[in-house]
Design a protein around this ligand. Structure first.
Ligand code: SDX
Length: 433
């Protein structure tokens, strides 16, 4: 029997009547104070950045920031990364359960048979300059899918939502790989459907029509694990963007494009690209102190990229798995002395011993090592966030589907604390000084 509180009371220092609010409990994590009826009392809560606000209830992913735990549908990320592949994890996120052998075969066959793009879509890439950032291309091309694949879909129908999920999971890798091919001026490589999901993406990225390309199985497995680690993460900025866009009933492909746009920011999914740029700028272990000093200097906008997290007040469990994957890939490629990896490990050690980072509970996050792994695999910096978006499409579509399956969900419409001008009368231009 726990003595957890079941309601909270707001009292006011001017003698106004107190307000009683129910406290709701989930299956794991913090309880929440239900403030849905608070506005009827003529008052709002104020929480820019949503530091203390639960925007929805969800059954998909759970994070314990204090303990550094991450569960997808209750399964610890360490076990999924060790024993599953991305198709199994995508099925888990979208359908709520790990597939049995038959379900996995059917799910994989469905995804594999939808990897091609409508041929007209290939023309949209050509509207971009060749040097366009792959994320700019992905926002545009994924958004344009709403003109090709969702003309008749009903977001309130479970089967229609499932078809949308399959189309996105299947086609976003092709779009991501073609964004890269377009950028480097090579011909698009069509999906090779005898390959698995990770191998097929590597084929579309690195194969050319001129030579036989066989994906390295160790690198393909490592890439598949990177997809698993990035697949979902509760109500982060980009997932919240997908949910907010979707809450108006908007086209799901347009909602995923909005998620891609939000993920692109260096404070979010763009941090992997920014981390590698930072490591390249630091260049040598001897310069780490200079950058640590800058990261602590409040007059300097520089932040240690790949460090810190809104939720984790402990090591991001994904970072530890990513570091291990880093070792495996560098070992496979005979790059154990990779200077960037050595620099990253030295930076991690120094930062984790520095009072500034320790007192603020700033630890490496998923983006700290992912760039090093992908760079070692021959993936250019500019593609790191595109690959994050590829992986997170599984989580975004699972969260979008969960929201639309709840017939009681409302359009998201936050309020504000208004601090502007109070009422004033119009002044004709001839009287304005
Ligand atoms: C992802 O939300 C998710 O789940 C995201 C993600 C996912 O899978 O979807 O996990 C993926 O986005 C990981 C985070 C990647 N971003 C970076 O690595 C960029 C660098 N990190 C920071 O920008 C920052 O840590 C954030 C944005 C990640 C979190 O910022 P918060 O929660 O708003 O924290 P804050 O800005 O309030 O910082 C608290 C203190 C401040 O100092 P004080 O004002 O207390 O003196 O910590 C400092 C900050 O200045 N701080 C940092 C820092 N991060 C926080 N100082 C230096 N370097 C940093 N990286």
């Amino acid at each position: 029997m726990t003595n957890k509180p079941t309601k909270a009371t707001i009292t006011f220092d001017n003698g106004a009547a107190p307000i009683e609010l129910p406290i709701l409990s989930g299956s794991l994590g913090n309880d929440v104070i239900d403030i849905r009826n608070l506005s009827k009392h003529g008052i709002f809560t104020y929480d820019p950045g949503f530091m203390s606000t639960a925007a929805c209830n969800s059954n998909i992913t759970f994070i314990d920031g204090e303990k550094g735990l991450l569960y997808y549908r209750g399964y610890p990320i360490e076990q999924l990364a060790e024993h599953c592949d991305f198709m199994e994890v995508s099925h888990l996120l979208i359908n709520g359960e790990l597939p049995n052998a038959t379900q996995k075969q059917e799910f994989t066959r469905t995804i594999t048979s939808h990897t091609m793009l409508h041929d007209q879509l290939s023309n949209i890439f050509r509207g971009f300059r060749r040097d366009a950032h792959p994320m700019a291309v992905m926002v545009g091309v994924v958004g344009s899918m709403s003109a090709f694949y969702h003309t008749k879909g009903d977001i309130h129908d479970a089967q229609s939502r499932e078809i949308t999920a399959h189309q996105l999971l299947a086609k976003v890798p092709t779009i991501a790989a073609w964004s890269y091919k377009y950028n480097i001026g090579q011909p698009f490589m069509y999906p090779a459907n005898h390959l698995n999901y990770a191998e097929n993406f590597m084929h579309m990225m690195f194969a050319t029509p001129c030579e036989q390309y066989v994906p390295n199985p160790v690198l393909a497995k490592a890439f598949d694990r990177i997809l698993i680690l990035h697949a979902d993460h509760e109500q982060n900025a980009s997932t919240s963007t997908v949910r907010l866009a979707g809450s108006s009933g908007a086209n799901p492909f347009a909602c995923i494009a909005a998620g891609i746009a939000s993920l692109w920011g260096p404070a979010h999914g763009g941090a992997n690209e920014a981390t590698l740029k930072m490591l390249e700028e630091i260049g040598d272990i001897s310069r780490i102190g200079e950058f640590i000093k800058r990261a602590k200097d409040k007059t300097d906008t520089f932040r240690l990229m790949g460090f810190g997290h809104r939720v984790y007040r402990n090591m991001d469990p994904r970072a530890a798995i990513m570091r291990k994957t880093c070792h495996e890939v560098l070992n496979e490629l005979g790059l154990n002395d990779d200077p960037m990896f050595k620099l990253a490990m030295a930076l991690e050690k120094i930062a984790l011993e520095d009072e500034y980072f320790v007192s603020r509970q700033l630890y490496p996050n998923v983006d700290f090592y992912s760039g090093i792994v992908m760079r070692a695999m021959g993936i250019p910096n500019s593609m790191f966030t595109a690959i994050f978006a590829l992986a997170r499409t599984a989580g975004w579509i699972a969260q979008w589907s969960e929201m639309n399956a709840d017939s009681g969900h409302k359009i998201g419409r936050p309020r504000q604390l208004y601090t502007g001008e109070t009422r004033r009368e119009f002044v004709p231009i001839v009287k304005r000084t």
